[in-house]
Design a protein around this ligand. Structure first.
Ligand code: HBI
Ligand code: FE
Length: 301
């Protein structure tokens, strides 16, 4: 090996799409043939782990859609193929991006039923937790529910609402709605609580924690309360919110947000661990997990 190659900047192992040429709408070429056997194998291992854990824990709509879309443990999906199947169901397509994209571009895609999904797969050393959404978080975690017509309508409405929130400078309020539903939402079922949030769905540890641990609060969904609630991005949630159905989620969000945003301007934020006046409490957390990490707030439990 010449010493020249020793100095060469190693390809960004974390995300080999980071410097990919991108389109004006921030999409890139997934270049599906470029995935290595190691990258496909990593997808397969992540998939197999969740496929074993999720029956009895993921909501039926997710499990049914995952099967209907043919998502399997046989390699990273080709977004073009996946989009053909998905668009025939609800008109949604999956478009490849290199990582997080600007808010306005993100919302514009959602408002047009295009889900921006990271094309890279996490490196081996980040198998269990990663900051930025990779192909497993986005395609395994988020995409299946886009095959559900009611959830599909909700996410399109979220995209349209996102552009309005940006114009009002209140994106942080709307981002909480996304965080506590699309990313970390739970739902009731006749046989107990079930997962629908992608951040939980794609994480083996949080799949168990969100449903079975006594540490977090679990509170019934309330739109205005959620939009006042702060969240942590680097650990499990201290409070999970629970919807009864996607119909309820769509119905509760199908309102003129203007008066809501006006009230929110003057409403104090609610801490991630706190219970609030009017909460319909499903489970009050004992915070032992957070206390053990020295993260339990003084006033919690
Ligand atoms: N970009 N690729 C990608 N994925 C996201 O989930 C994402 C994003 N940009 C902005 C964003 N999310 C959030 O700021 C909004 O949900 C508020
Ligand atoms: Fe996500």
């Amino acid at each position: 090996m010449s010493n020249q190659s020793l100095e060469a900047e190693p390809l960004n192992p974390r995300n080999r799409y980071a410097n990919a040429r991108r389109n004006a709408d921030w999409t890139i070429d997934q270049n599906w043939p470029s995935y290595s056997a190691q990258e496909h194998d990593r997808w397969n291992r992540l998939f197999a782990r969740q496929a074993k854990l999720l029956p009895g824990r993921a909501c039926d709509a997710f499990l049914e859609a995952k099967a209907r879309l043919g998502l399997s443990g046989s390699g990273i999906p080709d977004f073009a193929d996946l989009s053909e199947k998905l668009s025939a169901m609800t008109g949604w397509r999956v478009v490849p991006v290199a990582g997080l994209i600007p808010d306005d571009a993100f919302f514009d895609h959602l408002a047009n039923r295009r889900f921006p999904a990271g094309a890279f797969i996490r490196p081996e050393e980040e198998l269990d937790y990663l900051e930025e959404p990779d192909v497993f978080h986005d395609v395994f975690g988020h995409v299946p529910l886009l095959a559900n017509p009611v959830y599909a309508a909700f996410l399109e409405a979220y995209g349209k609402g996102g552009r309005r929130a940006l114009d009002r400078g209140q994106l942080h309020h709307l981002a909480r709605l996304y965080w506590y539903t699309v990313e970390f939402g739970l739902m009731t079922s006749p046989v107990g609580l079930r997962i629908f949030g992608a951040g939980i769905m794609s994480s083996p540890a949080e799949t168990i924690f969100a449903l079975e641990d006594t540490s977090p609060n679990r509170v019934a969904f309330d739109l205005e309360r959620i939009m006042r609630t702060k969240y942590l991005i680097d650990d499990f949630q201290q409070t999970y919110f629970v919807i009864d159905s996607f119909e309820q989620l769509l119905h509760d969000c199908y309102q003129d947000f203007a008066p809501l945003y006006d009230r929110l301007r003057s409403a104090p934020d609610i801490e991630a661990h706190a219970l609030a006046e009017g909460d319909r409490i499903i489970a009050k957390g004992d915070f032992h997990y957070f206390r053990a990490k020295g993260k339990a707030p003084a006033s919690a439990a």
